[in-house]
Design a protein around this ligand. Sequence first.
Ligand SMILES: [Zn+2]
Length: 115
Amino acid sequence: MHEMGIAEQLVNIALDAIPEDMEHPVVEIVNLKIGRLASVVEHSLTFCFEIITKDTPLENARLKIDVVPVTVRCQSCDNTWEVTGPVFTCPFCKEGDVQMLTGREIEITSLELAE
Ligand SMILES: [Zn+2]
């Protein structure tokens, strides 16, 4: 299950982001940005996250996932647009030379710590 590897990476990043001088930090919410094409199954990620955060400051933290749409840019005519289907041909100039801008990211945008 590749969500386990993703959860481990996210947990490491989150733990690094907690200020070292905090005593007994408790993370309440982890805000995440996940691209529509990152192929992350939300409930699998949550499940893995819960297992590996046991006995860490992230135990009981809630994952708040913001799904990022897929946007692409045409290298030929420089238009950008949001893709909702599997078609990756430019609707403006009909070229297929498109570059993906967003849609594959998996990143933590912020942590919300308990007071
Ligand atoms: Zn184009």
